[in-house]
Design a protein around this ligand. Structure first.
Ligand code: NDP
Ligand code: GDR
Length: 353
């Protein structure tokens, strides 16, 4: 009999890659999805199994991290060997608009799941992965950032995730739970949500190339991020739960790139060379070969407090887990642009990213 895993946030980018990885490893996978007025399972369509099939190993359940009784029942029904808590209101900018909800889902939601395990007496049998984040580092204290670098959260999202991080450490120490934090630096893919900056850029580059969009509006182009590939990062999550001892690990590439460089890469990949224009107060942005301005800075996307520089040191994960990454940020941009060009040729454009 293979192991059983419960994944919250299975409909998200990481949930989709992780579910695929675990199914490939022979697990039975239970995914928690939120009720939505429209289909929200697009990323997991390829692994969906008809629940009427007797040997189905992928099961979806309705649930929400703000609902304790629901979480207790799900853990009780599925009795998982491993829980991966990936569900979150994961958008940093949106967390300034919805700070209380973000705290509830991302912070207290983690506590609810840990309590579900404890209430059911499963703290010695169920292993727990928490989707912690490089956003915890926030205001730069040390570079590159590693497991011992002090935290300084810079958003309601990061503050909520800080609570989640420490409650996981506390439950590990207080109750001997096998509970680990993966402190993951930004990771992207063709499945990345459309409002995160890399995907917003690669979609726009493809749409502008195909004449389906006129201009891309972005915020802070000078922020630097350590971007890896989501498919490689979910392997690290799994590795953390296979260790004898639970612990906390950074997953990162060790390479950092400004947002503006990612913009230049993506447009180069669709054959458009950008030129930076207008250092004055107005009309700061990039124009294409024809002189038409294609990328404009719009202050509405600035954040009240920003995280300027993230660059991670994944030495511990490499030495203890044997985790490595293969995809460079440059290759990642290329893969995402190619996927969006393909998608853009067939799919309608969603507005509001
Ligand atoms: P996504 O935003 O793509 O996915 C988030 C998932 O959580 C979705 O399935 C979403 O459902 C679900 N969700 C949101 N709120 C709730 C709730 N209240 N109850 C139940 N489910 C909910 O995020 P990623 O896949 O990119 O990230 C996965 C996790 O890793 C998140 O916790 C994120 O904060 C964290 N993280 C991500 C990093 C990254 O670079 N991607 C880096 C470090 C940490 P729906 O589909 O219905 O919206
Ligand atoms: P981040 O990712 O905040 O690092 O959080 P995001 O892609 O949203 O922003 C990265 C940087 O780009 C700048 N930026 C813009 N961002 C967005 N979304 N839209 C814009 O138009 C834009 N213009 C510039 C931002 O200011 C920022 O500096 C992601 C999420 O996946 C979190 O859940 C996760 O914890 C962290 O990565 C690690």
């Amino acid at each position: 009999m293979g192991k059983t895993a419960l994944i919250t946030g299975v409909t998200g980018q990481d949930g989709a890659y992780l579910a695929q990885l675990l199914l490939d490893k022979g697990y039975s996978v239970h995914g928690v999805k939120r009720r939505s007025s429209s289909f929200n399972t697009g990323r997991i369509e390829n692994i969906y199994q008809d629940p009427h099939e007797p040997d189905a190993r992928f099961h979806l359940h309705y649930g929400d991290l703000t609902d304790s009784t629901n979480l207790i029942r799900l853990v009780q029904q599925t009795r998982p060997d491993e829980i991966y808590n990936l569900a979150a209101q994961s958008h940093v900018a949106v967390s300034f608009e919805t700070p209380e909800y973000t705290a509830n889902a991302d912070g207290i939601g983690t506590l609810r799941l840990l309590e579900a395990i404890r209430i059911l007496g499963m703290e010695k049998t169920t292993r727990f992965y928490q989707a912690s984040t490089s956003e915890l580092y926030g205001l730069v204290q040390e570079v590159p950032q590693r497991e011992t670098t002090p935290f300084y959260p810079r958003s309601p999202y990061a503050a909520a995730k800080l609570y989640a991080y420490w409650i996981v450490v506390n439950y590990r120490e207080a109750y001997g739970m096998h509970a680990s934090n993966g402190i993951l630096f930004n990771h992207e893919s063709p499945l990345r949500g459309e409002t995160f900056v890399t995907r917003k850029i690669t979609r726009a580059a493809a749409a502008i190339k195909l004449g389906r969009q006129d201009r891309l509006y972005l915020g802070n182009l000078d922020a630097k991020r350590d971007w890896g590939h989501a498919r490689e990062y979910v392997r690290g999550m799994w590795l953390m739960l296979q260790q004898e001892q639970a612990d906390d690990y950074v997953l990162a590439t060790g390479e950092t790139t400004p947002v503006r460089t990612f913009v230049e890469w993506a447009f180069a990949d669709v054959g458009i060379t950008l030129r930076w224009e207008g250092e004055g107060e107005s009309e700061k942005g990039y124009c294409g070969d024809t002189g038409r301005c294609l990328v404009e800075v719009d202050p509405r996307y600035f954040r009240p407090t920003e995280v300027d520089l993230l660059i991670g040191d994944p030495t511990k994960a490499r030495e203890k887990l044997g985790w490595t990454h293969d995809t460079s940020p440059r290759d990642l941009a290329r893969e995402m642009v190619e996927a969006d060009l393909e998608l853009m040729r067939t799919a309608p454009i969603a507005k509001g990213a």
